[in-house]
Design a protein around this ligand. Structure first.
Ligand code: NAP
Length: 261
């Protein structure tokens, strides 16, 4: 595929399904060339990339486990080679686990949770900052790099609710994402990079079934002030605004997309 400098390049981690897929689709409609990262479900990511291309957009699907440093580096060099200089990153890949109390959690569970949700987001942010920062220095990536950009981290309302009796480890991993957003936003604010987060509430995606609670949206509806779960598209709208020039003076924001919850 020929790199297209006319389209800003966006990488969405975990972009094959759910909130990531809605974000990739909307971003393509808004003129981004989109790299759709996935871990296991190649068919979903490839189908989405093909749909975007069929509608005149530009998209590639790239497999990589974001918790693995070598795979993250390969993910970014693939985007360099196939789409060109990165201008935007959505750190969306994330996992939950089956609901349980802290006094039942073992180290293997905690390691997976923090490796994917926290270390994965840090590694991807690192690679993005290296490419987008206006202070390129000796790490210069070449023409088109160092032009600034935007990062949106997908946190969760769980970071402020704590998810007691369900997954405090997941909530704590999202707390780390909020803090990373604050610190990194300040660190790169004068290097042309804005860093923000969205904190979705209960959104209708497959993540709930992966945690053993396929009916979680329906079960929690009564406790949501707006009396409904949200859609992946509603979260994508907030993400696309934070990425856009319309949010040019917005950095370090933690935007709740949670129906009042
Ligand atoms: P989802 O439908 O389960 O999709 C998760 C995505 O993450 C998939 O594309 C999956 O790839 C990818 N992924 C998982 N582990 C990965 C890894 N190690 N490396 C690369 N990609 C990986 O989940 P979702 O509901 O859209 O959630 C997206 C984000 O929103 C997550 O960070 C989640 O914590 C957050 N969030 C969701 C909700 C909600 O209610 N749904 C609420 C708050 C926050 P494969 O397709 O290859 O498996």
């Amino acid at each position: 595929m020929t790199p297209s400098p006319a389209r800003p390049v966006l990488l969405v981690t975990g972009g094959g399904r759910g909130i990531g897929a809605a974000t990739a689709r909307l971003a393509a409609q808004r003129g981004y060339a989109v790299a759709i990262n996935y871990a296991h479900q190649a068919a979903a990511a490839e189908r989405l990339a093909a749909d975007i291309q069929a509608q005149g957009g530009q998209a590639i699907a790239v497999q990589a486990d974001v918790s693995d440093e070598a795979q993250v580096v390969r993910l970014f060099t693939t985007v360099d080679a196939q789409l060109g200089p990165l201008r935007a990153l959505v750190n969306n890949a994330g996992v939950v686990d089956v609901t349980t109390r802290v006094d039942n959690m073992d180290a293997a569970r905690l390691q997976r949770m923090f490796s994917v949700n926290v270390i994965g987001s840090f590694l991807c942010a690192r690679e993005a900052v290296r490419r987008m920062g206006t202070r390129q220095g000796e790490r210069n990536f070449g023409p088109g790099y160092g032009q600034g950009g935007a990062i949106v981290n997908v946190s969760s309302a769980a970071s402020r609710l704590g998810s007691p009796g369900q997954y405090v480890d997941y909530a704590a991993s999202k707390g780390a994402i909020d803090t990373m957003t604050i610190g990194l936003a300040k660190e790169v604010a004068d290097e042309g990079i804005r860093v923000n987060a969205v904190r979705p509430g209960v959104i209708d995606t497959e993540i709930h079934a992966s945690g053993g609670l396929p009916d979680r949206v329906r079960d929690l509806t009564a406790g949501i002030p707006m009396q409904r779960g949200g859609t992946a598209e509603e979260v994508a709208q907030a993400i696309l605004w934070l990425l856009s020039p319309e949010a040019s003076y917005t950095t370090m924001a933690l935007v709740d997309v949670a129906g009042g919850r």
